[in-house]
Structures are given as C-alpha cells and as structure tokens.
Design a protein around this ligand. Structure first.
Ligand SMILES: [Zn+2]
Length: 275
C-alpha cells in the first residue's frame, strides 16, 4: 500500500474510533416545554412556594439511606464529598453542558411536570441543558426514594437523585438536589462561613453535628448568600426549637427560606461551568 493511502486509511479509522467514543450532543433531545404534560393537580401552585430546607429535613427525618450533611448520599467509591476535580463536573460541548436525565415512571405526569419545570429553570439562567438519556453512561435518574437526596457531582455510570413523592416534589427541592449533582455543597458549610454565621452546637440534635462541619468549598468568587436555595434554615437539626445557625451580622435574621435559585446560585453554576 502506498504511504499516502495508508495514511488516509489510518486517518479514517481514527475518525471512526473517535466518533464512536465521543457522545454526540447533536442527536440528544434537550428537554423543553413540550415535555410538560400540563395536567394541573390540586394545590400544584404551592410547589413553587415551599422552601427546600424545611421540606428536606422533614422528608429525611426517617430516611434509612446513609446521608452526609442531611441530604448528600455518601458515594460508594469515593470517600470525599469535595467536588473540585474536573471529573466531578459534567462535560461541556461547545457552549452548553449537557446533563442526561431519566425520570422514573413511579411518578405521575403531574409529578414529572414538577421535576421538568424545575430543570427548565436552569435552562433559563445557565448553560446547563438537560437532555433525555438514551445510551449515555453518566446520567441523573430521578426516582421516589426514602427522602430527598443526591450525590455530590457527576458520578460514573449513572446516579440516583431521590425525590420522595410525598415531601420532595417542590421546585426548590428539585433545584437543591440538582445543584448537589452539579457539584455544589450547602451554603452554611462553605469554607468562609465562620465570617458570616455562628453554629450553636448546644442546640443541635445529638449525632447530627457533622451536618455543620465546615468544608473546603470552591466559592467561585461569589458572596456568602443567606438566600441561596442551598442554605439550611436557622433551626436546621435543632433539638430544642432554638436556632442552630445565627447570622453574625444580625442574630434576628431569618434565612434558608429560598423557594427558587438565587442570583448567586445561578452565578456559581455559570462560573463553575464557564457559561
Ligand atoms: Zn442538600
């Protein structure tokens, strides 16, 4: 075989191998409004008015799943909750970060709508694009487990996001668990939290102290945000009805009541993923 022909054969083989190994986002179907069934359930308007912190702590009160920080499922293969490596992030193609998802048929169309509508809020403000999973290796699988929980960052081989039917189907809760899967931690465990909050250990339920452990987070230049959908409320894991978290600037401040992504939640996604 002539050297030029051999080179051409080798080049075409390489191209074929590459196209087989790289996912082709062009053929993925991005989730959009047409995926919403539009069947309104009684009281469904309330799904946008419930805050994540309260809902998660109620729903997880008797969860049997081993959870860190209240609602982060401990990964079986990694011992760290820190999500700083690039493998923890979802890959970006061109302008968008395509995150494949599947939603369990356990949910009614109305329940699926709540999840889809919450996913679409990320499309409105970030470069995250949720696509329906076909043959993707890594994807989010929303199902009704024993509470509201998620793993931190992208995991190899698919990962569960538990949204219990009774207790976790709110816009804020879906956003909160999805933010964990995108690599984000709770606001009150941020590396710089001691400048902004005081943790009152004397009021924390026995055995729940680790939920308040400060973590080496990547804050991406965003300010500490009491309105983040990732901030627990001031009575989280309280054993006596007294606050467990106080704002240093104003001990009377009530917080952790976000029902939607805050401007900082959005900014962090856009910075981590360079949108
Ligand atoms: Zn959480």
């Amino acid at each position: 075989m002539k050297p030029t022909i051999l080179l051409l054969v080798l080049l075409s083989m390489t191209a074929a191998a590459l196209s087989a190994s790289i996912s082709t986002p062009a053929v993925d179907r991005v989730i959009d409004k047409s995926d919403i069934s539009g069947i309104m359930a009684k009281g469904s308007a309330d799904t946008n008015k419930t805050d994540a912190s309260e809902a998660i702590s109620k729903a997880n009160a008797d969860s049997k799943t081993p959870l860190l920080y209240g609602d982060i499922k401990a990964p079986s293969t990694k011992n760290a909750v820190l999500c700083t490596s690039s493998t923890c992030r979802w890959p970006k193609y061109d302008r968008y970060v395509y995150v494949p998802v599947a939603i369990s048929s356990q949910y009614t169309p109305t329940e699926q709508d709540i999840i889809i509508r919450a996913l679409l809020t990320f499309h409105q403000s970030t470069c995250i694009r949720f696509v329906w999973r076909t043959t993707h290796r890594d994807y989010l699988y929303f199902f009704s487990g024993d509470g509201c929980w998620s793993l931190l960052g992208r995991q190899t081989g698919g990962q569960y996001v538990s949204l219990k039917k009774a207790g976790c189907l709110f816009q804020s809760t879906v956003q909160h668990e999805v933010l964990h899967a995108l690599g984000f931690h709770h606001e009150q465990v941020r590396s710089d939290r001691d400048q902004y909050v005081q943790i009152l250990y004397q009021n924390i339920l026995s055995g729940q102290e680790s939920n308040f452990q400060k973590t080496a987070t990547n804050n991406l230049g965003t300010p500490y945000d009491f309105n983040s959908v990732m901030h627990y409320n001031k009575y989280a894991f309280s054993k006596n009805g007294q606050p467990t978290i106080l704002a240093k600037s104003n001990p009377n401040l009530d917080f952790g009541r976000a029902t939607n992504l805050s401007a900082n939640d959005i900014a962090r996604v856009n910075r981590l993923y360079q949108c």
